[in-house]
Design a protein around this ligand. Structure first.
Ligand code: ME8
Length: 659
C-alpha cells in the first residue's frame, strides 16, 4: 500500500477562517479522499500558525493573553473543519510542546552543520507577512502585500541561504516530477533564486511570542522557520521517529501562491542544511477574489463558508469551490455564480438525473433493478469508460474542474439517453418491457458510476445515491480506478430517497446567506460584548443572550461604539431582498444610508419621521450590493428574533450621543 502524506498551510490565528482557507482545505480533503479510493494510506495534515508579531498584536488588540487568544481561534478552525466534515488526520498547532521540540531539533542540526551564524539586521520589515525586505526597489512598501514597512535594527541569528542557490536550482530542474507546480510558479521561483539569494535572519529579539532560541532566550525563532517545521512535527519529528520515518517526506504541500517563496526556496534550504529529506512537491493554487480583489482578512472583503454550507449543504460548497476555480488560476467568488452552479449542475443535473432514474425503477419495476440482458447499450458503456479515464487523469493533476466536467458529461449523456429512449413511452406498451428494463438498467448503471467518480468531491450526496441504488458498502472503500461497466446487479432493491439538491430560489438563498454571514460576524472574532442590537441586515439571535461573565468589557470598550439619535428621512425596500430596507437617516451631522433587516416587520412609509438609535461608527459594508453606513439598533425578540426598534419616551434632539 503506497503512503501519501499531504498538507495544507497551517493558518494564522489572527482572524477567523474564510472561503480562501476553506478552499485549500477542501482541495486537500478531496485529494485525500481520491487517494484513499486508490488504496493509498493517506495522512492529511492541517493546523494553525500561532506565533509571531502579527498574532501578538492581534491578541493585544483583543485584550487577551496570547495563549488564550490562539486557543480560541485554533478551536474555531478545528470546529469549522469538523462541521464541514473535512477529514484531516493530524491537526498541528505551533504552540504544542512536541512542535517546539521539533523546531529545536531541526535548528540545531542546521547550526551544527555550520549554516547558522550571528549578525545584525538593519532595515525594513513587514509585520503582516513576517518578512524582512531588503529590496531597494520596495519604496517602503511590502512587495507581497503592499503595506507600509517598519524600520528595525536587530542582532539576529542568520541562516546561510546563499549557500543553497545551486542545489535549489538543481532541485527545480530535476527530471521527472517537478518540485514546484504549476509550471508558471516554477519559473517564478527559478528567476527569484537566479536573482541572487541573501542570507536570512531566522531569529527575533523584538518579540516575545515565539519559540525560544535554543541556548539563547533573548531570541525567538523566526515564525516562518517555526511554521514550516510543523509539516514534520505533525507526523512525529523529534517525538515519534517510527511514525516520522513512515510518513516523511511529505508527498505534497498544497499552498496559495502568495507563500510560494517560503515553501519552494526557504523550506527546502532549511531541510538541506539539516540533512533531512525534501518534500516531493509544492503545488500552489490561485486566489479567490471578491469584487475584484484578493479575498483576505486584512482587506475585510471576506466571505465565510458556514452560511453556504448551512443553506445549500456541504457538498454544494465543495462542488462550487472545485468546479468554479480552474486549479492554479484565480477565481471570482459570488453568491450569484454559486447559485447558478447549484441550480444548473446539482439540482437540474445530478439531482434530477438520480431522481428520475430511481423514480422510474420504483414505478415500473417495483424498486428492483431490472436486467439489462440480452443487450446493454455499448455506446453508453464506451463513453463511460472514456470519461472515467479522463476524470482520473484530471484528478491526478488536481484539475478538479476538468474532472467534474468529464463526470458531468456522463450525466448529460444519461439525460440525453432517457430523452431519446423515452422509457415512459416504452412503459405504456407491455411488449416493450424488456427494452424498458434495458434502458433503466443502463441509466442506473451510469448513475452508479457517476456516484463513484464524483465521490471525492461530493462525499455525502454520492454516498446517499450509492445507498439509494441498494449498495450496502461505504463508497469511500471502493476503488475509483477499478470501475467496471455492469457492476450493478439486476435484482438489487433500490430505495428512492428525498431529493438530493432541491431547486432553490436564488434571491431567497442569497438573503439567507447574507443574514447568516451578518450573524456570524456580529458574534465577533475576537468576541465583542454585543449590545442588545439587531444587526444591520437582520436581528442577530445571539444578541438576545446576555454576555457571560468572562466576556465583560470595560467602559472604554463600550465607549468605542458611537450611538446617536437619528430621524428617518426616507425608507424603501431593497429590490429582490424580502428582509432589507434602505433607510436614509439624519444623524445630526449628515444624512446616512443604512441597510436594515427589518422589512418583514416595519412598513417603510410608516418609518418616516421616526426617531431611531444608530450605531454611526461601523465600517461600511455592502448588503445585496447596497452600501450600509451604520446600524439601526433594535431588540431581537422571541425565537425568530423579531426586531423591535429602540426609541425614546421623551423627545430627544437628532444627533444626541447615547452613553
Ligand atoms: O500564510 N484564495 O497563513 P494564512 C485562496 N500561516 N486561498 C486563500 C485565500 C484566497 N483569497 N486566502 C487565504 C499563512 N487562502 C501562514 C502559512 S504554512 C507553513 C504557514 C489560503 O492564514 C491559501 O492556502 O494567511 C493561503 O496560502 C493560506 O490560506 C494562507 O493562510
Amino acid at each position: 500500500m503506497a503512503k501519501f502524506y499531504l498538507t495544507t498551510p497551517i493558518y494564522y490565528v489572527n482572524a477567523r477562517p474564510h472561503i480562501g482557507h476553506t478552499y485549500t482545505t477542501v482541495v486537500g480533503d478531496a485529494i485525500a479522499r481520491y487517494k484513499r479510493m486508490l488504496g493509498d494510506e493517506v495522512v492529511f495534515l492541517t493546523g494553525t500558525d500561532e506565533h509571531g508579531q502579527k498574532i501578538e498584536r492581534s491578541a493585544k488588540a483583543a485584550r487577551m493573553e496570547p495563549q488564550k487568544f490562539v486557543d480560541r481561534i485554533a478551536n474555531e478552525y478545528r470546529s469549522l473543519w469538523d462541521s464541514l466534515d473535512l477529514r484531516y488526520d493530524r491537526f498541528i498547532r505551533t504552540t504544542e510542546w512536541r512542535h517546539e521540540r521539533a523546531v529545536h531539533n531541526l535548528l540545531c542540526k542546521a547550526r551544527d552543520a555550520g549554516y547558522i551564524y550571528k549578525g545584525t539586521y538593519e532595515g525594513l520589515y513587514c509585520v503582516s507577512d513576517e518578512l524582512y525586505v531588503d529590496d531597494p526597489t520596495a519604496e517602503g512598501k511590502c512587495p507581497l502585500c503592499g503595506r507600509e514597512l517598519e524600520k528595525i535594527s536587530e542582532e539576529n541569528y542568520y541562516f546561510k541561504l546563499s549557500a543553497f542557490a545551486d542545489r535549489l536550482l538543481e532541485l527545480y530542474n530535476r527530471p521527472g516530477l517537478p518540485f514546484v507546480q504549476p509550471e508558471s510558479r516554477r519559473n517564478e521561483v527559478i528567476s527569484f533564486v537566479k536573482g541572487g539569494l541573501r542570507d536570512l535572519s531566522v531569529s527575533r529579539t523584538s518579540i516575545k511570542w515565539g519559540i525560544p532560541w535554543p541556548d539563547d532566550d533573548k531570541h525567538v525563532v523566526y515564525v516562518w522557520y517555526d511554521a514550516l517545521t510543523s509539516y514534520m512535527s505533525g507526523v512525529g519529528y523529534g517525538d515519534d521517529e517510527l511514525q516520522f520515518e513512515k510518513m516523511w517526506p511529505a508527498d505534497l504541500h498544497l499552498i496559495g501562491k502568495e507563500i510560494l517563496r517560503f515553501h519552494a526556496v526557504y523550506w527546502p534550504a532549511f531541510l538541506m542544511a539539516a540533512d533531512e529529506p525534501l518534500p516531493k512537491r509544492v503545488v500552489a493554487h490561485g486566489w479567490w477574489t471578491f469584487e475584484g480583489e484578493k479575498m483576505s482578512k486584512s482587506r475585510g472583503n471576506i466571505r465565510l463558508a458556514q452560511p453556504i454550507a448551512n443553506v445549500l449543504g456541504v457538498d454544494a460548497l465543495r462542488y462550487f469551490l472545485l468546479r468554479e476555480m480552474v486549479f492554479g488560476q484565480d477565481g471570482s467568488f459570488s453568491y450569484e455564480a454559486l447559485l447558478t452552479r447549484y441550480n444548473s449542475d446539482l439540482a437540474n443535473g445530478l439531482g434530477n438525473f438520480a431522481s428520475r432514474t430511481l423514480a422510474m425503477i420504483e414505478q415500473y419495476f417495483g424498486s428492483v433493478v431490472p436486467t439489462a440482458a440480452p443487450a446493454t447499450d455499448s455506446s453508453l458503456a464506451a463513453l463511460s469508460a472514456d470519461r472515467q479515464a479522463a476524470a482520473l487523469r484530471h484528478y491526478e493533476k488536481f484539475e478538479f474542474s476538468s474532472a467534474l466536467q468529464s463526470i458531468w458529461d456522463l450525466i448529460a449523456a444519461g439525460d440525453a439517453y432517457l430523452t431519446r429512449e423515452k422509457p415512459w413511452t416504452l412503459a405504456a406498451d407491455p411488449a416493450r418491457r424488456v427494452d424498458l428494463g434495458i434502458v433503466l438498467y443502463n441509466a442506473a448503471e451510469l448513475l452508479r458510476i457517476v456516484s463513484m467518480l464524483a465521490h471525492p468531491v461530493l462525499p455525502h450526496s454520492t454516498q446517499k445515491i450509492w445507498a439509494q441504488l441498494g449498495q450496502k458498502t461505504l463508497l469511500a472503500g471502493e476503488r475509483i480506478d477499478q470501475i467496471q461497466w455492469g457492476g450493478l446487479k439486476p435484482g438489487t432493491q433500490i430505495e428512492k430517497g428525498e431529493a438530493l439538491f432541491p431547486r432553490i430560489q436564488k434571491e431567497d438563498a442569497i438573503e439567507r446567506m447574507d443574514q447568516m454571514e451578518e450573524e456570524i460576524r456580529s458574534e465577533g472574532a475576537p468576541k465583542p460584548a454585543a449590545p442588545a442590537a439587531a444587526s444591520s441586515a437582520a436581528p442577530a439571535a445571539a444578541a438576545a443572550t446576555a454576555p457571560a461573565a468572562d466576556n465583560r468589557i470595560g467602559i472604554e470598550d463600550f465607549a468605542k461604539v458611537e450611538m446617536r439619535v437619528g430621524e428617518v428621512k426616507s425608507a424603501e425596500r431593497v429590490p429582490n431582498a424580502d428582509k432589507l430596507l434602505m433607510i436614509m437617516v439624519d444623524i445630526g451631522s449628515e444624512v446616512r444610508q443604512v441597510v436594515s433587516g427589518i422589512a418583514q416587520f416595519y412598513e417603510p412609509e410608516k418609518l418616516v419621521g421616526r426617531k431611531v438609535v444608530v450605531v454611526v461608527n461601523l465600517a461600511p459594508r455592502k448588503l445585496r450590493g447596497v452600501e450600509s453606513n451604520g446600524m439601526i439598533v433594535a431588540a431581537s425578540v422571541g425565537p425568530e428574533g423579531k426586531p423591535v426598534l429602540a426609541g425614546f419616551l421623551e423627545d430627544v434632539p437628532v444627533g444626541t450621543r447615547l452613553k
